[in-house]
Design a binder for this molecule. Structure first.
Ligand SMILES: C[S@@+](CC[C@H](N)C(=O)[O-])C[C@H]1O[C@@H](n2cnc3c(N)ncnc32)[C@H](O)[C@@H]1O
Length: 254
């Protein structure tokens, strides 16, 4: 994996990683279900008769959701064959097309969409500036970009080992991180050794979007709702530092 650019890294097809990831996602306590997905859902635009592109679609549950919400069609892109195998089996639909390719190649689709959506995949992209331009081109005028990614506070520390500090009763009270303003590749241990992610500052992310032409509508660092705190009390750690960054932006029609 060392020599691979993360743009083409395909860690989700690694047997051990895939098994661990599926266990995590199928478990009751996962931050996607408790925090990220509810926040993303609230920011979805009206999907009635809209076309949607889902980047890093994983097992396709969001593509199916878009169709259920009235979208006229959805294209789900993922670099992982294993993820797409599940997508086709569990979330196959005549209005959904799944493509096994890197999202960095969306310029080869020669198609435009009303919504570009992506949940927790952009931290695998090396050249976000260039990628933002490709997304802008792939949107219809008036179209929406809605994405989540790991928060820059989480991706900053070189070995991915930012950590919470606890008081004498074991309660989390603060978070230590470093290397924030040193952008670039991170080799971290997440389920397996040497998963490659890319760290960008908050400023770099927003500036790349603005330079590409996007108008930023919403920047959200989600906090848990009451029901999520009841289900998983430890989630109050989000008040110390956010795990996720969510951005909603528009390609304005002139
Ligand atoms: C954390 S998972 C999220 C999956 C899905 N969006 C969800 O919310 O369940 C990240 C996904 O991004 C995909 N991915 C990573 N790099 C990619 C790339 N360059 N092009 C396309 N997909 C990529 C992975 O294979 C994986 O399915």
């Amino acid at each position: 994996m060392e020599n691979l650019s993360a743009q083409k890294q395909n860690v989700f097809d690694n047997e051990e990683f895939f098994k661990g990831y599926m266990e995590l996602r199928n478990g009751e306590i996962n931050l996607n279900a408790l925090l990220e997905q509810p926040a993303m859902e609230k920011l979805l635009p009206d999907l009635n008769n809209k076309s949607v592109l889902d980047l890093g679609c994983g097992y396709g549950h969001n593509c199916m959701e878009f169709i259920n919400k009235g979208a006229k069609n959805a294209v789900g892109i993922d670099i992982s064959e294993k993820m797409l195998e599940i997508a086709k089996k569990e979330n196959g639909h005549e209005k959904i097309k799944y493509l096994n390719m890197s999202m960095t190649d969306i310029d080869t689709l020669n198609e435009k969409f009303d919504l570009i959506y992506s949940s927790l995949a952009f931290h695998y992209i090396e050249d976000f500036e260039n990628f933002a331009k490709k997304m802008y081109s792939a949107l219809n005028d008036g179209g929406t970009l809605l994405f989540s990614q790991e928060h820059p506070i989480s991706t900053a520390t070189f070995d991915g080992n930012g950590h919470y500090n606890r008081d004498e009763n074991g309660k989390r009270v603060s978070y230590t991180m470093s290397n924030y303003n040193q952008m670039g590749k991170r080799h971290i241990r997440w389920l397996i050794d040497d998963v490659i992610k890319y760290h960008r500052t908050f400023g770099a992310i927003i500036t790349a979007l603005a330079k590409a032409g996007f108008i930023i509508d919403t920047v959200c660092e989600p906090l848990p709702e009451k029901w999520a705190i009841e289900k998983y009390p430890d989630i109050v750690k989000e008040y110390i530092k956010p795990c996720f960054l969510i951005v909603k932006a528009t390609k304005v029609a002139f």
